[in-house]
Design a protein around this ligand. Structure first.
Ligand code: TYC
Length: 128
């Protein structure tokens, strides 16, 4: 815990109605001049991100992998070709980085398309 966090922990979230009639509190909540300090920090937790990975195999045609990258990962022809060749040469490569729900959906779409076309292409996700 940071020293700043330790210090601010002792500041109560709500203070008693000690303000004079003409002092402004933060609007919202109970309306103006209720005496309640209603300034809050909205909780804005960033979603965790997940890399969607393509795995190499010996059978899936290169053109199919390039099509997958264009169709599901919005890559242009050049980027798709580069990523496909990277996977072909290194065994694995990143197609994109997404929230959990979107990454999961991309993996499902790729696996469904591969299965429909009888290719053994594998796709998975990992936390960034
Ligand atoms: N290695 C495959 C071939 O030579 C091509 C390929 C590339 C397959 C990327 C899968 O994720 C992959 N036809």
């Amino acid at each position: 815990m940071s020293n700043l966090t330790r210090l601010t922990m002792h500041v109560p979230a709500f203070l008693p109605p000690a303000m004079g009639p003409d002092k402004k509190d933060d609007e919202g909540g109970g309306g103006p001049n209720t005496g309640l300090i209603t300034k809050t920090r909205p909780k804005t937790k960033k979603p965790s991100l997940y890399r969607v990975l393509l795995l190499n195999d010996d059978y899936t045609p290169m053109e199919f992998v390039v099509w997958i990258l264009q169709r599901f990962f919005n890559k242009n022809q050049d980027d798709a070709l580069q990523i496909m060749l990277h996977v072909h040469q290194n065994g694995v490569g990143v197609c994109g980085v997404y929230s959990y729900e979107v990454a999961e959906s991309k993996v499902t779409e790729v696996l469904d398309a591969a299965r429909q076309n009888q290719h053994p292409l594998q796709c998975t996700m990992e936390k960034e």
